[in-house]
Design a protein around this ligand. Structure first.
Ligand SMILES: Cc1cc2nc3c(=O)[nH]c(=O)nc-3n(C[C@H](O)[C@H](O)[C@H](O)COP(=O)(O)O)c2cc1C
Length: 186
């Protein structure tokens, strides 16, 4: 059997009962054996300060090593004020520096936004894609994943309760695997 592809998941919420973290955990459970998904934590990262980018603290080094070691990166994020939460933007900035040593460069990416609201975090999803263009992260275009009305999406055990939503996320994972294959073959 081929070695599974390692996917680093970055969750854009630090909240204990985060719907986005629930989605990350549900996808970890749903993923085929050919994909190994793991959350890379961002809550201990310091606020980015360019003055100290050449002397990374242990949490920064650990974060960068974990992302660097992954074959691909998946962002699962809420929308804050129609944009990307500060904690997620901070993690992106931390990983992108020093200039020329970005951990994001060339990593195939996927974006999922999850919200209790009706429009599924569309604004955050697309603001995030703007940074990914600059960071040279080829972000999968289709299928798009704006997961709305998410308060009732998960059952007591954290699994995706709706058959349709589970089916959609399974297809999303398979499409992402193909997207990674495509970019690794180049
Ligand atoms: C500062 C802040 C701004 C928010 N702005 C939006 C928003 O623009 N769009 C939206 O759909 N939800 C917004 N929300 C609601 C979040 O979608 C909701 O709190 C969600 O549960 C956060 O994701 P999480 O459950 O993963 O923590 C906002 C919440 C906070 C705390």
């Amino acid at each position: 059997m081929n070695t599974p592809k390692n996917i680093a998941i970055i969750v854009g919420s630090l909240r204990k009962d985060s719907l986005n973290r629930k989605m990350a955990n549900a996808l970890i459970a749903l993923a085929p054996s050919s994909l190994k998904l793991e959350i890379v934590e961002i809550g201990a990262l310091p606020l980015f300060n360019q003055d100290s980018e050449a002397e990374p603290t242990p949490p920064v080094s650990a974060f960068k090593q974990q992302v660097q070691a992954a074959d691909a990166v998946m962002f699962i994020t809420p929308e804050y004020n129609r944009s990307v939460p500060g904690v997620l933007k901070n993690a992106i900035d931390v990983g992108s520096r020093p200039y020329g040593h970005s951990v994001w460069d060339g990593k195939p990416g996927a974006v999922i936004s999850v919200s209790p609201g009706a429009i599924g975090g569309f604004g955050a999803n697309h603001h995030l894609r703007q940074s990914l263009v600059f960071l040279n992260v080829p972000a999968m275009a289709q299928p798009e994943a704006y997961i709305g009305n998410a308060s009732s999406l998960f059952d007591d055990k954290g699994a995706i309760a709706s058959d349709d939503a589970r089916d959609f996320m399974q297809k999303f994972l398979l499409a992402f695997e193909q997207w990674i294959d495509h970019h690794q073959a180049r």
